[in-house]
Design a binder for this molecule. Structure first.
Ligand code: FO1
Length: 350
């Protein structure tokens, strides 16, 4: 069974950990793994060069989480982290003092930067680095070319460091500066994907979507994690033409985002912070959109009819992933939704 997942950071990582657990339980390979093949197409819009190192937040979130080395409390970075080097960088006045590169995390960034300078592509580097962690899934960056997300904000008199950098009084900054330095508190006028015009889908990405038995869209940020993967040339087209069912999981539960500042992102594109609005934003494949089915939480059951009317099959199931078992059950429900032909499947999967 070939499963392809589109994912961003934390929500995607938790969902993938659950999916892997479910597959190990239901399709064991006899040595603790699974006979199913999981390929993850990962957002690289958060990526940046910082103090000479290439940092790939979403690839690293997924790698650390599936590798059992993530800091579950902070929600990013490595467990048992220290920040001695980061303090030195700050003392030298380089880098971003508000964006901490932990000592263990730096091991990843130094290795990645070294291999990139040796001429490897980001896909090749990712495969090399991930091999150490025995993830049980294949990680593919959405593109081997940089497609960084930048955010345009109003910069007149609202305390934005450096003030405007354009005649219209706006400033454009890297996503991580908006997300971490300003905690997404500055209204985003628009998001830009720098490098998109010269980017192509990374090797294997389109094939992983076309050749899948099921494609899952993880409960990641629909704007800056999933929304940044879709415009990469070839990916949206592959999603619309794959023979596999495409099943999405809502990142919004009863009107609030599960993690992160998804509201600030959804506000920027004029999409309501609601499970039905996000599902319809992705759209049904029958109407030229992306999805065949959409999973919403039981607390949003009243939204099901409206979503169905938009051409999406709806599954009403618990979406909270507070434990690996809950995430495994959610993954199971998503796979069932991909198989079911009924318009609405509710309750637990078998
Ligand atoms: N998030 C923070 O809130 N503060 C940080 O200092 C920070 C540093 C950091 C370093 C490397 C990395 O891969 C991620 C880091 N993050 C930090 C998380 C990051 O903003 C998120 O992982 C994603 O970019 C958003 O999902």
């Amino acid at each position: 069974m070939k499963i392809t997942v589109l994912a961003g950071g934390v929500g995607g990582a938790k969902f993938l950990r659950g999916l892997r657990q479910h597959l190990r339980d239901t399709l064991p390979d006899g040595s603790g793994g699974t006979s199913a093949e999981v390929t993850v197409v990962v957002n690289t819009g958060d990526d940046l060069w910082l103090t000479g190192l290439r940092v790939c937040p979403d690839l690293d979130s997924i790698m650390y989480t599936l590798g059992g080395a993530n800091d579950e409390v902070r929600g990013w970075g490595r467990l048992g982290e220290s920040e001695r080097v980061s303090a030195e960088l700050t003392a030298y006045g380089v880098g971003w003092p508000w964006f901490t590169l932990g000592d263990l995390d730096l091991g990843t960034h130094i290795t990645r930067s070294h291999l990139l300078r040796e001429g490897l592509t980001l896909s090749e580097v990712t495969a090399e680095i991930a091999a150490r962690w025995n993830l049980g899934v294949t990680l593919l960056p959405m593109s081997d070319q940089p497609v960084e997300t930048h955010v345009v904000v109003a910069a007149d008199g609202n305390g934005v460091v450096g003030g405007p950098d354009a005649a219209d009084g706006t400033r454009t900054m890297h996503f991580e500066e908006w997300w971490v330095h300003y905690r997404a508190s500055l209204p985003a006028l628009r998001f830009e994907q720098h490098g998109l015009e010269s980017a192509t889908a990374a090797p294997g990405v389109v094939q992983a979507i076309l050749g899948a038995d099921v494609v899952l869209v993880a409960p990641s940020n629909p704007v800056v994690s999933i929304g940044t993967i879709l415009p990469v040339p070839g990916i949206r087209e592959a999603l619309q033409s794959t023979l596999a069912p495409v099943v999405g999981v809502s990142p919004i539960i009863s009107g609030s985002p599960v993690r992160g500042m998804a509201k600030a992102c959804l506000d920027a594109i004029g999409v309501a912070v609601a499970a039905d609005a996000v599902g319809m934003h992705y759209g049904s494949r029958a109407n030229g959109g992306l999805l065949d089915a959409w999973l919403i939480d039981e607390s949003d059951a009243s939204l099901a009819d409206g979503i169905q009317a938009a051409g999406l099959r709806v599954s009403v199931v618990p979406l909270w992933m507070n434990t690996v078992d809950q995430a495994a059950q959610l993954a199971a429900d998503a796979l069932v939704a991909g198989n079911s032909r009924s318009s609405t499947s509710t309750g637990r999967s078998i």
